[in-house]
Design a binder for this molecule. Sequence first.
Ligand code: ZN
Length: 295
Amino acid sequence: MKKEFGFIRFDNIDEFEIWLNKEKVTRKINRLQVHHMDLPNYNTWKTTDKRIYGENRELGRTKSLDDYCKNKWNYPDGKNHYIAQHFNIFPNGKITTGRSLNSKPIGITGWNDNAICVEIYGDFDNKKDNMTDKQRKSVIAVYGLLCRKFKLTPNVNTIRPHCWFSASGTYLGDYFPNKSAKSCPGTNFMNFGNTSSAFINKFYPLIKEYLSKNKNRTLSSSKNIKMVKNISNEDLNLRSSPDWNGKIVDILKPGDSLTYVSGPLSAKGGSTKMYKCKNNIYITASSKYTNIITF
Ligand SMILES: [Zn+2]
């Protein structure tokens, strides 16, 4: 998790879930919009955004969109932000906040009241960007968690893509290349596309599956969640046991964090202790490399 320019970056879905569960939303929400950014696309992500923002691409791009929307619409959210959407989901699966959830988005003409607008970074038209697994997982989880928070059942009344509307805001109920405002979120969105049959047969079931799999997660009821954060400039090894010679199962990138379970614990093969994290993963507890953040 990182905060900058008044926006928050969630480095994993746990962080997003904890934050969302604590958000006080006074506006009625019963509509979730689906968009792709179109531009910026994956090429922008790998070239321009990488060059300009370096390791801070998600928050850098979010700020740039905020500036762009301020110029274009000058429609403030009451919290000094102007960005059209509430959330952005990036190719690496990270998520940033946008405008306040208590402020109406500028997403779909005719369907912004009571709506949350989610923009997915990329161009998912046919033969353009192919959504990464990480982004796909975050997309499903974000819609799942929004459904849970606002007590919505995924269906054609609650979750709609931009392209089911005309430019003037008429609800078409499906994508029609000649009538729809845009092809957004892309004719090959998540490899199944933007049509009503794609959403009914593929997208809603994926969200429902997420909801049923995560029904008993205790994360939402915890008051304070602790995370182990990599405060160094290096990738840190994640091991399968509290053993310095134990199997390395993954790495934790600088600035990223994992859900804390216990520790510091003694570890085999060295004097430095380790933290135990969610999913039975162990990481160094050296204060040079990690610290505990609570939120
Ligand atoms: Zn759109």
